[in-house]
Design a protein around this ligand. Structure first.
Ligand SMILES: [Mg+2]
Length: 280
């Protein structure tokens, strides 16, 4: 199960309300042609950053103008394709569109529908079809109904972001900042362990500290253990690893062994680390 960011389309990804008003029966804000598609500033970068962080990107869009007879579904698809084509390949995982509207002119589509935001239907359908972990997901839109739809679908209200120039989160780029900051804060905290140097203070020498840091990097690369941070001062080296404590102690034992071997070769009989093998 992967988490997603459910994205509204018009005025979240692309301009809509600020386009020149289309001829009736279309309403202002309807995107009636792929030629009118223009991404909002920062959208491509925001989508790329969210994608890199592992989120599925799922667009959910009310297109009541189809029920009103202003455009047909083929035009909606063409607009969606144009949005895709303006973004790096495969950034958007899926589009969901609701063509229904209770006050339409196309008889078959003139109805209320569970997919129509603020209903939860599009997000629920996407979650089922794409195996999305709704609890870990977010939503971003420029209207209250986008937020209400997400909450109705089970997304935590704190993760249903309502963007707009007059709102605290002004656009998708700012929303991506919020999402990515929260995601990294919720990531693995890591395990911190420390090796203490011998009383001879070998770590006071910059070359020795640099060698220990380089050795830790090499062990991390070889083992696939994530080295989240490393700090060496005159007395000790402290590493934070993305593992449990047992693996962290094994990492430290290997760091101790390999750097002691290097140091003993450099200074005959020398040792970098203190007697106590138990790391802190
Ligand atoms: Mg919108």
């Amino acid at each position: 199960m992967r988490a997603a960011v459910f994205l509204d389309r018009d005025e979240t990804l692309n301009r809509a309300d600020s386009l020149p008003p289309p001829p009736p029966p279309a309403n202002p804000g309807d995107v009636t042609s792929p030629a009118l598609v223009e991404l909002l500033p920062g959208v491509a970068d925001a989508c790329a950053r969210l994608h890199r962080a592992g989120f599925l990107l799922v667009v959910c869009s009310n297109q009541g103008s189809v029920a009103r007879g202003a455009i047909d579904l083929r035009t909606v698809e063409a607009v969606n394709d144009r949005i895709r084509s303006l973004l790096p390949a495969d950034l958007l995982d899926a589009f969901y569109v609701c063509p229904f509207h209770p006050r339409g002119h196309v008889k078959a589509l003139t109805a209320e529908h569970p997919w129509r935001k603020p209903g939860p239907g599009m997000i629920e359908a996407a979650a089922a079809e794409l195996s999305i972990d709704t609890a870990g997901s977010w939503a971003v839109g420029d209207k209250q109904r986008d937020r209400d739809s997400a909450i109705a679908a089970g997304i935590d209200p704190s993760r249903a972001l309502w963007i707009g120039p007059d709102r605290p989160i002004v656009d998708l780029a700012a929303a991506a900042d919020v999402i990515l900051k929260a995601s990294s804060a919720g990531a693995v905290q890591g395990t911190t362990v420390r090796l203490r140097a011998t009383s001879g203070a070998p770590l006071a020498e910059a070359r020795n500290r640099a060698t220990v840091i380089a050795a830790a990097g090499a062990i991390a690369e070889r083992t696939g253990i994530g080295l989240l941070s490393i700090h060496a001062d005159d007395e000790s080296v402290t590493v934070t690893l993305d593992t449990d404590r047992i693996a962290a102690i094994g990492f430290l034992a290997e760091l101790r062994r390999s750097t002691n071997a290097w140091y003993a070769g450099r200074i005959s009989g020398g040792t970098l680390w203190g007697e106590d093998p138990a790391p802190e």
